[in-house]
Design a protein around this ligand. Structure first.
Ligand code: MLC
Ligand code: AMP
Length: 485
């Protein structure tokens, strides 16, 4: 990896190299496998460029992609980087309304689905594809939930992606001899930025698994995988699998690295995994807006329940409300500065400005440093931002959907602690006088199923006569959480 090269070239050079080695493998749940060399990736990305030319897409356009993980999706991403287009990934679990918001908000020139991606095979490769872009040009627009109902687009430059992912993966000693088992979805920072872009930067091999299953992960290591990255829900399932099939830990013991992120990994799961495999999971912390911020050491102690230290090149402060750093053991908010930060929220200059304080990006995550400097995440400062299965969820968005029902006069959505999912989504509503409760709860469940991705759907909906409020009328969600837990 040439650290001095332009960011765009660092991401795409290997594709142009004509390297005949395998770059990506796609392995589906039924065991069927396809592979793609670096040289073929060059051709496939130029074929996708022909599709885009045919559709009238022009340099600088945004291209939304709504498709399961596949080799074609990788080829499209690479084409977008080579052509200076902005790749806009869309969560494949999203429903129509959620997809429409992203396509409209991003002003995407095209929404590419699985079928369109596959059509690249019927096109001749375009010859003119490489459009030079400077390091500050936007290459990714990733939508993430906030405290408001609608998701916001996080604009990431070639510089942010290359510097941020380069620094993290160098810390983890990724190299061309690594093989990554990649079962994370390719539409969020974790799978897309670290997984795909890390593979592109280091000319590694990634085995893409479109659906996560513990047995598939085990078999990836039987085939020589060296690295696995997962969210805590995946580790919870992997541990259940290992409890039932302890011998499956053998191939995992050969791994070089297991990492966890996107949500808190319970220290007990860290220890159970160590008991099964002899390996310590490396937990790290990041965010769409900051990319990867904190990581346990690769060489030193990986402390259970901690996310370690700032990634090289990233500055991290923990600050209290007055902007001062609290002593060890006392929590404050994580503030970040450095080259991997987003360029801003797309089309939202005010939201961008208000996410900074004194030049530092304020994450909204509460944390403390222990006596040895390891950072421990305590939780979100806002009760309205939830994480389930590693997906970020806005309580406000779900509340707005519940309020669309004419009988609902108030709605409160909370996250209940759950050992598998992190948060289990629950809702309490107040209905208009005289409304019969049973049919309303069923109708709300049906409405949520039809307009929200399944991971946002409340697993429990209760009808209360009123919501708990303090003397000033402020909603007290902690009382709802206590009552439902
Ligand atoms: C699914 N189910 C849920 C649920 N999601 N139940 C409760 N809460 C949830 N959140 C239910 C479904 O309804 C279904 O039940 C059953 O679980 C299986 O559903 P599924 O959709 O098939 O689940 P699965 O595909 O196995 O998904 C689990 C998962 C997925 C862990 C693979 O959540 C996942 O891919 N998470 C990764 C998210 C991620 O990449 N985050 C990174 C964000 S970036 P039934 O009864 O209907 O069958 C970031 C920055 C950083 O955070 O630092 O990394
Ligand atoms: P996203 O917006 O999907 O990028 O999610 C980013 C959020 O995930 C962060 O702001 C944290 O709240 C959470 N997160 C990421 N990694 C960790 C971790 N290791 N422990 C706890 N929370 C995490």
């Amino acid at each position: 990896m040439n650290a001095d090269a332009r960011a765009q070239d660092r991401l795409t050079d290997h594709v142009r190299s004509g390297d005949p080695r395998v770059a990506f493998v796609e392995r589906t749940a039924d065991g069927s496998e396809r592979s793609l060399t670096w040289r073929e990736l060059d051709t496939w990305s130029r074929r996708w460029m022909s599709v885009l030319n045919d559709k009238g897409v022009r340099p600088g356009d945004r291209v939304a992609v709504f498709a399961p993980s596949s080799l074609e999706l990788v080829a499209a991403l690479v084409a977008h980087h080579r052509a200076g287009l902005v790749h806009v990934p869309v969560n494949t679990r999203y429903r129509r309304r959620e997809i429409d918001h992203i396509v409209t908000d991003s002003g995407s020139a095209l929404l590419a689905d699985e079928e369109l991606l596959r059509s690249l095979h019927t096109y001749e490769p375009a010859s003119a594809i490489d459009v030079s872009r400077d390091d500050e040009a936007t290459c990714l627009l990733i939508y993430t939930s906030g405290t408001t109902g609608r998701s916001k687009g996080v604009t990431l430059s070639f510089r942010a992606v290359t510097r941020g992912i380069g620094a993290l993966t160098a810390l983890w000693e990724w190299s061309a001899s690594d093989r990554l088992a990649l079962a994370l979805p390719l539409f969020h920072v974790h799978g897309l930025c670290i997984g795909l872009h890390g593979t592109l930067l280091h000319r590694m091999t990634a085995e893409i698994q479109p659906r996560f299953s513990p047995a598939q992960v085990v078999s990836a290591f039987e085939r020589g995988a060296t690295i696995f990255m997962g969210v805590p829900t995946m580790y919870a399932r992997l541990l259940t699998h290992l409890d039932a099939h302890p011998d499956d830990a053998m191939p995992l013991r050969r791994a070089r690295l297991f990492t966890s992120g996107s949500a808190a990994l319970p220290a007990s799961d860290h220890r159970r995994f160590h008991e099964h495999t002899g390996l310590a999971i490396l937990e790290r912390y990041g965010m769409s807006e900051t990319l990867l911020t904190l990581s346990n050491p690769y060489g030193g102690e990986r402390r259970p329940g901690s996310v370690g230290f700032p990634v090289p090149g990233v500055e991290v402060r923990i600050v209290d409300d007055a902007g001062a750093e609290p002593p060890p053991g006392v929590a404050g908010e994580i503030a970040v500065r450095g080259p991997s930060l987003m360029s801003g929220y797309y089309g939202l200059p005010e939201a961008t400005a208000s996410s900074y304080r004194d030049g530092w990006f304020m994450t909204g995550d509460a944390a403390f440093r222990d006596e040895d400097g390891y950072v421990h995440i305590v939780g979100r400062r806002s009760v309205d931002i939830l994480k389930s299965g590693g997906f970020k969820i806005s309580a406000r968005e779900i509340e707005e959907v519940l309020l669309e029902h004419p009988a609902v006069v108030e709605a409160a959505v909370v996250g209940l602690e759950d050992p598998e999912w992190g948060h289990r989504i629950a809702a309490v509503v107040v209905v208009a006088a005289g409304v019969i409760v049973g049919p309303v709860a069923a109708a709300l469940d049906g409405h949520c199923r039809s307009v929200l991705a399944s991971f946002k759907r409340p697993r429990q909906i209760e009808v209360w006569s009123e919501l708990p409020r303090n003397a000033l009328g402020k909603l007290q969600k902690h009382r709802i959480i206590a009552a439902l837990s």
